[in-house]
Design a protein around this ligand. Structure first.
Ligand SMILES: C[S@@+](CC[C@H](N)C(=O)[O-])C[C@H]1O[C@@H](n2cnc3c(N)ncnc32)[C@H](O)[C@@H]1O
Length: 383
């Protein structure tokens, strides 16, 4: 399997595109399609445009998969250059920087050749493209220094397979920088290799031993990914990201992938969730909420939407929030946005209405159910 081979160093320059990676790519594409115009378009009201925006893909890969599919650097650049709003983005090499770091020499060389063969001489592009051979953890900050990225928005993508070795300091610098975000992925084996964990590296990744040892001590196999993901989510919060999303990307076939997103803005959070909803689940993949311990998640969304019923996962999660104590529908909406993998504020009222109808939730005071209504859990939620 993919990450085992990588761990053993037996993997070639290219490898096969796994279903979870393909799903992750579709999510990145949707997200970036929204991210670029938000950051690059000149404001119609004020005429303001940001002086600089940097995208850092710190585990860039070779730019292509074994059967010819594009790797992240290629589709990121391609979609930016062919974005439907590109004419309004005022692209220039001074303003837009794309930085790709790859540690492996052969993959780095392959990526450079791939980019040149698809896009021609990189220096002639309307954006600055830097392809560096280096170590994501060690070299990300110096490269961002060198490019004058600080003080302007940065999106850092940290797509390592399993050896998450990016120090939390790197995440903190990005978190404390204006309008900046990170996406971090974990490969399928990461959570089950306790004996292989390097304590000193984990100390730097999580910012101290006490933060990660409880996760390493978790023995229940199905809980490990949840605990590790939550541990990393907490680390991103300590790093300074006001909002963090964490979820499992579960394709119908093959291994899952795990993703943690950190952002300082609730708009960024909404944009990422929006991207999750827009991704066409060609392979029937789902975005599994770590809080969900059993009820059918997505994949079945269409059926529930057609029947105008809320998804069982949504009902389960609203039930979890109400188990903490009564609150308003509006507050449930905020909780859904910041604490769950893909649910949005707009889903709260629909779920509350259904739960009131089924008797599992009741209104704290008589009247019509609105977003201002206070609701109470009256019976365990059936899913
Ligand atoms: C999961 S793959 C990246 C896939 C790519 N982002 C994509 O979506 O097409 C991880 C890549 O990171 C490289 N890598 C491993 N350790 C690294 C490190 N410390 N710094 C930078 N690259 C590293 C590997 O050689 C591999 O090509």
């Amino acid at each position: 399997m993919m990450s085992g081979l990588v761990g053993g160093g037996r993997m070639g320059v290219l490898w096969k595109l796994e279903p979870a990676t393909a799903a992750k790519h579709r999510l990145y594409q949707r997200y970036l399609d929204a991210w670029w115009p938000i950051l690059l378009q000149t404001s119609q009201k004020t005429g303001y445009s940001r002086p600089r925006v940097t995208l850092l893909d710190a585990f860039a890969g070779p730019g292509r998969y074994e059967d010819g599919e594009a790797g992240s650097p290629v589709f990121i650049l391609d979609r930016l250059l062919h974005h439907h709003a590109v004419d309004r983005m005022n692209l220039s090499p001074q303003r837009v920087h794309l930085v790709f770091i790859e540690k492996d020499r052969a993959r780095h060389d392959h990526l450079l050749a791939e980019l040149r063969s698809r896009f021609g001489t990189l220096k002639d592009l309307p954006v600055r493209v830097e392809v560096r051979r280096g170590e994501a953890g060690r070299d990300s900050l110096p490269i961002l220094d060198e490019l004058g990225a600080w003080g302007h928005p940065i999106l850092g993508i940290f797509d390592s397979w399993g050896s998450v070795n990016v120090p939390l300091d790197v995440m903190s610098r990005i978190a404390r920088n204006k309008s900046s975000e990170v996406i971090t992925t974990f490969g399928p084996n990461w959570f089950s290799r306790r004996e292989e964990l390097n304590a000193d590296i984990l100390d730097t990744v999580f910012g101290g031993r006490s933060f990660w040892t409880p996760a390493a001590d978790e023995l229940r196999p199905d809980e490990r990914w949840r605990v590790w993901l939550q541990t990393f989510r907490d680390a991103l919060r300590r790093a300074g990201f006001g909002y963090q999303l964490h979820f499992k990307l579960e394709p119908r076939t093959g291994q899952p992938l795990y993703l943690v997103f950190g952002t300082g803005s609730s708009k960024g959070l909404e944009a990422m969730k929006d991207a999750m909803w827009k991704v066409d689940d060609r392979d029937g993949e789902s975005f599994r909420d770590p809080r969900n311990r059993g009820v059918e998640a997505d994949g079945q969304l269409d059926i529930f939407q057609l029947a105008e019923l809320s998804n069982p996962e949504l009902l389960e999660l609203v039930g979890q929030r109400l188990a903490i104590g009564p609150t308003t529908v509006e507050e449930i909406g905020n909780w859904l946005l910041t604490e769950t993998a893909r649910w949005m504020p707009k889903h709260a009222l629909k779920a509350a209405r259904e739960m009131v109808q089924s008797g599992s939730v009741s209104l704290a005071s008589p009247g019509r159910l609105t977003s201002k209504s206070r609701v109470i859990l009256s019976a365990p939620v059936r899913s």
